[in-house]
Structure formats: C-alpha cells, structure tokens
Design a protein around this ligand. Structure first.
Ligand SMILES: Cc1cn([C@H]2C[C@H](O)[C@@H](COP(=O)(O)OP(=O)(O)O[C@H]3O[C@@H](C)C(=O)[C@@H](O)[C@H]3O)O2)c(=O)[nH]c1=O
Length: 184
C-alpha cells in the first residue's frame, strides 16, 4: 500500500496494491500497522456504507465536535466522488484550507481525514457507493456542519451551486465565518 502526504500533511492518500489474476483481484484495503507508521494510531470503531443514487449529490461538510471528533478513512467502491477535507483545527497553519481528491472504483484510492477536519463529497457518477471507517461512534448531539459552498473555503466542486442536490440539513448549514463568530 502506498501512503502519501498531501498539501495538508496530516491528510493521507492511500493507494492499496491490487493483485490481479484471471479470477479478478485481491487487495488489502486496511492495514492498522501501515497507518500507525504514518502517525495514525487511533482505533477505528465504526464502518459506514453509503449509497448515493445520482451524480451531483453533495454530502457535507460534516464533523463531530470534541470530545467525539472522528477521523475517517474514506473510499469509493462504486463510481467516483470528489472527496474534500477542510482543516478546522484553529491553531493549524492550514486552518480553513482544504484538500480535494477524486476517489473512485477505478483508482481504488482512500483518503485519511483526521479528527478536526470537516468532510464532504460530491458524487461524480450515478449509483456511487462510499465506504468509510471512523475513529469514534456517530453522536448526533456532537454533529456539526459548514456550508459546502462557503466562498471563504474556495472549494472547486466542479458544479454550479444551483445544480447540486443536498439534504435539507446540508442546505441550511452556516458558513465558517458564522461559526467563528458564534464561538467568540
Ligand atoms: C452519519 C450517520 C448517520 N446516521 C443516520 C442519521 C440519518 O437518519 C441518516 C442519514 O444521515 P446524514 O444525512 O447525516 O448522512 P450523510 O449526509 O451521508 O452524513 C455523512 O456525511 C459524510 C460527508 C460524513 O463525513 C459523515 O461523517 C456523515 O456526516 O443516517 C447514522 O445512523 N449513523 C451515522 O454514523
């Protein structure tokens, strides 16, 4: 498995090896030891499998507050997504910056989104399946979000805001600036 640091160095891109033969392929998709060697020691406690029917659906940007912050190891097992991680760690030199990576059935890559980041994605195909592991359990009381199209974040989702499909919850999320003002 190849593991690379991205422009925000705590965000990792993982490319598992695929051993192909006449039957198909075999791949190790999760190795605790290789993640630990790259500074990710947290244990994973929950797996999620998400099906999205249509392209152009945005889920995010989501995070859970401390003490229930989640790290996420994300992959796309069917179709393709643009996966986005936004640094919300207030003392970080890359605060409010983001990483955006295409994860797909074809490239077989995974993104490690550390705790302290907001996470979201847009489906680039119909019938996408996303599978991710998390380092803490779902806790609705700690769930928070930021508007996916907040101009301050400068995320290029590759779609006009009027064409994206979002849940009611995600359509009404605050911008980062509003969050910062609320916590002052
Ligand atoms: C996230 C989550 C949701 N649910 C339930 C709540 C709700 O009834 C239904 C759908 O939830 P949501 O609309 O929040 O699903 P979704 O918009 O896909 O939320 C997810 O988005 C991505 C980007 C993330 O990073 C995740 O952490 C999570 O926030 O599933 C769980 O039971 N367990 C979970 O861990």
């Amino acid at each position: 498995m190849k593991i690379e640091r991205l422009s925000i160095p705590d965000v990792l891109l993982l490319t598992p090896l695929r051993h192909a033969d006449e039957r198909g392929s075999f791949s190790e998709t999760f190795r605790a030891d290789l993640l630990a060697a790259n500074g990710v020691g947290a244990a994973f406690v929950q797996d999620n499998h998400v099906v999205t029917n249509r392209r152009g659906v945005v889920r995010g940007l989501h995070y859970q507050m401390e003490p229930r912050a989640q790290g996420k190891l994300v992959r796309c097992s069917r179709g393709a997504i643009l996966d986005v991680a936004v640094d919300l760690r207030e003392t970080s030199p890359t605060y409010a910056k983001h990483v955006a990576v295409e994860l797909s059935e074809a490239n077989w890559q995974q993104l490690w989104v550390p705790p302290g980041f907001a996470h979201g994605y847009i489906t680039l195909d119909d019938n996408c399946e996303v599978i991710y592991k998390t380092t803490d359990y779902y806790s609705p009381g700690h769930e928070r979000g930021i508007a996916w199209d907040d101009p301050a974040l400068q995320i290029d989702w590759g779609i006009s805001p009027t064409k994206a499909t979002l849940s009611d919850k995600d359509r009404n999320l605050p911008r980062l600036g509003e969050l910062a003002r609320r916590s002052n």
